[in-house]
Structure formats: C-alpha cells, structure tokens
Design a protein around this ligand. Structure first.
Ligand SMILES: Nc1ncnc2c1ncn2[C@@H]1O[C@H](COP(=O)(O)OP(=O)(O)OP(=O)(O)O)[C@@H](O)[C@H]1O
Ligand SMILES: [Mg+2]
Length: 337
C-alpha cells in the first residue's frame, strides 16, 4: 500500500494535482516549452509566459487538445516533472486518482490511465473517476444519492454537459466550445470592428474583464497591431461590440444543453427542474452566459465559487471520504463502460 495519494485533473489549459499528504491543490498551465526540437526549456506557468512571445526555435504547446491527450510523450514528461516537484525531488510509490471525460472513445479514456502508468512516477494503484461525477462532488452535491443532476462544465476548449443520477452518468455530451473559442470571438470582433490585431493572451484578459467593465459602464483598453498601419496601437473598445460574436458561441452551448434535456428520461427531468442547472469550469464565469442559459431553458442556473477547481475538489473527496471511494474504478471497470 502506497503511503500517499495524488489526484489529477488534466485539463486542456490547466493541470490540477491534489496531494493528500499536505491536503493542497496545485495548479499550473498544462504547457511545455521545447527548444530546438528536443531541449526542455520550461514547463507549466513559465512555459505559458513564453507562449506567443518566443522565437521560432522555441515551441510552447499544450499536450492535451480538446480534452484528450494529443501528445503522450510531452504529457508524460509534464506529469513526471510536476509530481517530482510536489514530492520535493524524491519520487515515492503513490496511488493515483485521475479524472477522465465521458463522451470520448475507450482508447482516449485508456490513454489517461496509461499516461500515469508509463510516466515513470512509481504509480501503485491507479483509479479513474468520470469528470462530471468529480464535478458534482466538488460542487457539494451528494452525487451517490441524487437523481437528475445536470452539470455543464465550460473549460478551455470543451464544454461537457452531463446528467448524473445515483452516482452514475446517464447522458453526456462533449462539445468543442469553451474559453478558447470565446477568446477567438473577441479577437475576431476587435479585428473586424476596430482593425486591431490582438494576441490570445490579450483576448483572454479582455474576456475576464467584460463583467466588471459592463458593471462600471466603462470601456476596454487594449493593445495590439493596427491592421492598416501595421504599427502597435492602443484602442478603447466598448464591450458591447463583443456581444454578437460571443452570443453565437453561447448559443452552441445552450442548444446542446437543450438537446441533452430533450433526451433525458422524464422522471429525471422533473428533478433537474427542481435543482436547476449546475454550471462550472473556468470559462463558465464569462459575462452573461449563465443568464442566457437560464433565460433560454427556463431553468435556474447555479454557479459556484471555485469553478476552476470543482473537478479536483471532487477527486479529493473520492480520495478522502470512504463513502465516495466506490465512485472511482480501475481500468478493468473502465473497459466495461
Ligand atoms: N473570470 C473568468 N472569466 C471568464 N473566463 C475565465 C475566467 N477565469 C478563467 N477563465 C477561462 O477558463 C478557461 C480555463 O478553464 P478550466 O481550467 O476549467 O479549463 P481546462 O480544465 O484546462 O480545460 P478543459 O476542461 O476544456 O480540458 C480559460 O479559457 C480561461 O480563460
Ligand atoms: Mg476541465
């Protein structure tokens, strides 16, 4: 029996690791920077600092794309680096609980398990928990005894819409819309309306500021390259110009939520009506998405205080609370799913 347990939520933009030994959650960007094709230059937040700013011989990349592992070798390297750091340089055998998306192929699910097994981190027992189940626990829902819980996790490049009942997943749908798409919508709106080219990081900052700018009736100051003159420029942008582009992406999420609701067995629909929709994931905090989802479905939308951490907080509960341990399964259980 290993004497420590790590929980891991491998997101497309953020990786979160729960360390049972000190009861802490660690989070960094899930990014690696490689120089000249094979030299590890930076990882995590410091690799992200180089993103979009590095010369062409440095490639900063996310090994997870659309919620699934696209670059196994770099992801293994990252896991090993992060876990070694958390183990203060000396890796000891540990158990692992990892979250996996539901609406992906068995091969893609299995890749998460294999990753931990092959990363050279002395993994003892490896258990897997469905992301939406962990989300529910992280949101303080007693998922084992609740019926008809609708969770919408809006992450970086995906939105996962799931219906839970009695600890299992009744329906789940993953779509390729999330914070990255919102950033792109913002870049397009600013390019089109103000002839200004802005980077992804600037777009992300703008996205996070829309709520407060709208509240104060202010405008957004942004820096980029003027398309016409080619010169660096500062422009003040009224946040309203972003609305129509963002709303188109919001509607993709909303239409998919409606589609899942249409397929939900009626008895569960009644429970969902009573509880409302639970919304989480970092990008769920964007201006007006929760309001529009509520308006369009006629359902209450529950938001939470730590949407970035709900999956990992749920994994921590699976690790620490005996009554939730059965929600995690081994690879044998996974192939039967
Ligand atoms: N306050 C905020 N307002 C709007 N968006 C935000 C805010 N804070 C974080 N985000 C966005 O949340 C996204 C990251 O969310 P999260 O960490 O849940 O994704 P992930 O788990 O890495 O990705 P995925 O679940 O798609 O694999 C980013 O696009 C980020 O810009
Ligand atoms: Mg996520």
């Amino acid at each position: 029996m290993a004497n420590n347990v790590f929980g891991i939520d491998i997101g497309t933009s953020n990786i979160r690791i729960y360390n049972q030994q000190d009861n802490n959650i660690f989070m960094e960007k899930n990014m690696i920077a490689i120089e000249n094709g094979n030299i590890l230059l930076a990882y995590g937040d410091s690799a992200f600092d180089m993103y979009e700013k590095a010369p062409s011989n440095i490639v900063a990349s996310f090994p997870v794309v659309n919620g699934v592992i696209a670059d196994i070798s770099n992801m293994e390297t990252l896991i090993k680096l992060f876990v070694t750091d958390l183990s203060k340089g000396s890796l000891k055998p540990a158990d692992y609980v990892i979250a996996v998306p539901t609406d992906v192929t068995d091969v893609e699910k299995r890749a998460f398990y294999d990753l931990i097994e092959d990363a050279g981190i002395k993994a003892h027992k490896i258990h897997v928990v469905e992301k939406a189940v962990a989300d529910g626990l992280g949101l303080d829902i007693d998922v084992k005894n609740s019926q008809g819980v609708l969770i919408v996790n809006v992450g970086y490049s995906t939105t996962e819409i799931s219906i839970l009942s009695l600890g299992g997943i009744v329906l789940s749908r993953i779509l390729k819309v999330g914070g990255a798409q919102f950033d792109e919508d913002i870049r397009n709106a600013i390019r089109y309306e103000h002839s200004l080219l802005i980077g992804q990081k600037t777009a992300e900052k703008i996205k996070m500021s829309i709520k407060s700018v709208m509240k104060d009736r202010g405008s957004i100051v942004c820096y980029g390259r003027d398309i016409i003159s080619g010169l660096p420029k500062e422009k003040e942008i009224p946040p309203e110009i972003l609305n129509s582009n963002l709303t188109a992406s919001y509607m993709q999420i909303i239409d998919n939520v409606k589609m899942v609701l249409e397929r939900t067995p009626p008895e569960l629909s009644a429970d969902i009506y009573r509880h409302g929709i639970y919304m989480t994931g970092g990008a769920s905090q964007i201006y007006n998405l929760a309001e529009l989802l509520s308006e369009s479905t006629g359902l209450k939308v529950n938001t939470c205080d730590d949407p970035i951490d709900s999956v990992i907080m749920g994994i921590a509960k699976v690790i620490n609370e005996e009554k939730y341990r059965s929600l995690a399964f081994t690879i044998e259980g996974m192939s039967g799913k």
